[in-house]
Design a binder for this molecule. Sequence first.
Ligand code: 13P
Length: 251
Amino acid sequence: MRKPFIAGNWKMHTTISDAINLANGIKRELVDFNKADILLCPPFTALSSVSEVIMDTNIKLGAQNIAWEKEGAYTGEISSIMLKDCGCKFAIIGHSERRKYFGESDETVNRRIKAALLGGLTPIVCVGETLEERESDLTIKVITGQLEGGVGNLSEEEAKKIIIAYEPVWAIGTGKTAAPHQAQEIHEFIRGWISDKISSECARLLRILYGGSVKPANIRELMKEEDIDGGLVGGASLKVESFVEIVKNSI
Ligand code: 13P
């Protein structure tokens, strides 16, 4: 059995004090909850403060990106060493917003994944198709390319340490969730791909999260699907009540 995993991606929201309040609220409600893994991914500026709030709890901390080098002349980048220093154990990599607005490619995604693994952080690798790609029947082709380029060269040992998030771009921030069977179809494909390319053992262990308008009202149905192991939550992770309800409804 794969343990449910719910991650909140706060994106470019929250000042340090907002982040502390949000993390405190979540901690108050979920401090004794251990039936799902819970992850908070605040902006870089709030990592240290949120880390202090959730210290000594089962709630974990993640970053929204990671540099592919350990240090050096890379203005604006944040390395695995710095992230670990802030208390991070996870890093979201290849989010569609980074692909769309910041030139993230499968090659840079791959480099960031390698850096995260080398630095002892768990990469949460995002894949997903746009509406145009879905409507042109290109979903499987796009996901295959992202998997091939992003994780295709990982060893079995490396691949066992990653998490994959399927986030159809058309469902992000739009209120349009993929129907559970639509998401399941892609999750099943991803698990099958990992089984073929890496190993069946790795595929069996791999947690695949769904992201895109996850809410308290739809997480239960999504989690009923065989290959959906959790959620990567954007908007609904910015309110204590909705995030807590999503976590509680995920088991
Ligand atoms: P929403 O939950 O706001 O649709 O965002 C999903 C997402 O992009 C999480 O990474």
